[in-house]
Design a protein around this ligand. Structure first.
Ligand code: ADP
Length: 305
């Protein structure tokens, strides 16, 4: 196995747990890896000989790029990644797939089309149909989610019809994009994060919300433990990642009365929670995936999507 020259596309340095682990894992397996600051990259997008520059120098060719693009810099980050793809570098996740996964609505539509279980979810623009929209998803209690939210910000539980109407009207006044979702009460404030690499779930944890909270995000004080998945959950996670076109994904599932339902497919899953909860070397498995797949121009879109 020849050494790979890997770029870790990130705004954070090696102090971030996920970055540090990926760097350690790559070096332990004999590869060269460097952090390339996403927002400091610039490029001539019209050149016939695509390249990426940083701090006055052209970057060398990378065999593989690991994108860790924060939600707030998706647009620029994906443009930089696309440029790397045009140079022939192999992206751990392709720019088109990342863009797709960052649009919550589009993601749900793609998963729905693939027959993957989802919470009943409504989306509307007009101010006139609040009641209908609520009825469409089965009435209160329901969850209202801002489309731009992360880490559980902008995810609100409306326990009564009146609360739902008030929240929806308030979000509308703010011109916010949001969706309205059936509340999966039976999940009991827990969700399951499945870490998918290629065609396998390599690690899974159950996150449980702290008392009095329904959002299980670790950032909100949730706790995580190892969980054994059912075959159906496993296949749901793998199919979701595949449909999104992601090689590596964190698929978040709720255990509902109507089987596993997917809440979200994350294209830059954090490694700290999952490695700590499961004791698995996820970073090592990601580097191993690159070893097996990184060939020049081995993408579905070649940066053209
Ligand atoms: P974010 O992407 O901001 O983390 P999520 O959609 O993942 O937002 O929601 C945050 C948390 O809220 C989830 O981890 C889950 O515990 C809880 N949650 C979200 N949607 C539902 C739902 N429809 N039913 C029950 N709990 C939910």
């Amino acid at each position: 196995m020849p050494n790979l020259n890997i770029a870790l596309l990130s705004r954070g340095g090696d102090r971030l747990y996920s970055n540090r682990r990926l760097i350690e894992a790559a070096q332990a397996r004999g590869h060269d890896i460097r952090v390339v600051h996403t927002l400091r990259c610039y490029m001539d997008i019209a050149s016939h000989d695509p390249s990426v520059h940083l701090d006055g120098k052209e970057l060398p060719y990378f065999d593989a790029v690991i994108p860790r693009i924060g939600a707030s810099v998706t647009f620029y980050g994906c443009a930089v990644l696309r440029q790397f793809e045009m140079t022939g570098s192999y992206p751990l996740n392709e720019s088109v797939a990342i863009t797709r996964s960052r649009d919550k609505l589009r993601s749900l539509q793609i998963l729905s089309r693939a027959g993957i279980g989802l919470p009943v979810t409504g989306f509307a623009h007009s101010i006139k149909n609040t009641k209908d929209l609520i009825e469409l998803v089965g009435g209160a209690p329901l969850v209202v989610k801002l489309l731009e939210g992360t880490h559980g910000h902008g995810v609100v539980l409306a326990e009564t019809m009146k609360a739902a109407e008030t929240i929806i009207d308030a979000f509308r006044q703010l011109n916010a994009n949001f969706l309205v979702q059936e509340f999966i009460k039976e999940a009991g404030g827990s969700d399951i994060r499945c870490l998918v690499i290629g065609k396998r779930v390599v690690a899974a944890m159950m996150r449980s919300a702290k008392p009095g909270e329904f959002r299980s995000n670790l950032h909100r004080g949730g706790t995580a433990k190892l969980v054994k998945l059912t075959p159906e959950e496993r296949s749901t996670a793998v199919r979701s990642a595949k449909r999104m076109g992601l090689n590596v994904a964190g698929v978040d599932i709720l255990r509902s009365n109507h089987g596993p339902v997917v809440m979200e497919v994350n294209s830059s899953p954090g490694l700290e929670g999952i490695e700590t909860a499961t004791g698995k070397d996820v970073a090592g498995m990601i580097i191993e995936f690159l070893e097996n797949n990184s060939k020049p121009h081995n993408t579905k879109t070649r940066g053209s999507g």
